[in-house]
Design a binder for this molecule. Structure first.
Ligand code: HEC
Length: 149
């Protein structure tokens, strides 16, 4: 009888532990799903980034190399500054680089719509000491896409 009692108590606490374990598992799973949802929101959907404003597109697709204030960086590679950059005066040049890449810069624009390229190019052309206001149209961006020729 004593043994039986011990068995029941042991089993009960075993159950309790199991339930706790399951609860913990559920919490962990729910939390990690939430975290995953947050991070995957930044990734491209069907090969196209989902961000729409120039600043948001910049933060997700350019800032990793060109830095938060467009200051560029020198380290494992050389990432030119976009801040105070007179080469951005003509919108066609940055749009071309974004769409087709250049040396160590990948053609990020392949994963952006023409409108998104316009937004991000105009964002970098009007921030951090750049005040270039010449307009850029989605049709001009389309014309720069080499594969579309
Ligand atoms: C993987 C890193 C990387 C990413 C991401 C990246 N760039 Fe670049 N970018 C570079 C490098 C490296 C160069 C220099 C290329 C060269 O030497 O021809 C460059 C050059 C440029 C230039 C030309 C600057 C000049 O002075 O000639 C512009 C404009 C530019 N990037 C804009 C952007 C924008 C806008 C985005 C986001 C849509 C972006 N880049 C994303 C690495 C990157």
């Amino acid at each position: 009888m004593r043994h039986f009692k011990f068995f029941v108590t042991a089993t009960l606490s075993g159950y309790k532990q199991l339930i706790l374990l399951i609860l913990r598992l559920i919490v962990t799973l729910t939390c990690s799903t939430a975290v995953m949802a947050q991070t995957t929101a930044d990734f491209p959907r069907d090969g196209v980034f989902v961000q729409q404003t120039g600043e948001h597109i910049y933060r997700v697709t350019c800032q990793g190399c060109h830095m938060p204030q467009g200051q560029g960086a020198v380290g494992a590679g050389k990432y030119p500054a976009l801040a105070n950059n007179p080469r951005l005066a003509n919108p066609v040049y940055p749009a071309y680089v974004v769409v087709n890449g250049s040396h160590a810069m990948p053609p990020v624009g392949q994963m952006l719509t023409n409108e998104q390229v316009v937004e991000v190019v105009q964002f970098v052309r009007s921030n951090w000491g750049n005040h270039f206001l010449t307009p850029l149209s989605p049709a001009e961006v389309q014309a720069l896409r080499i594969s579309s020729h």
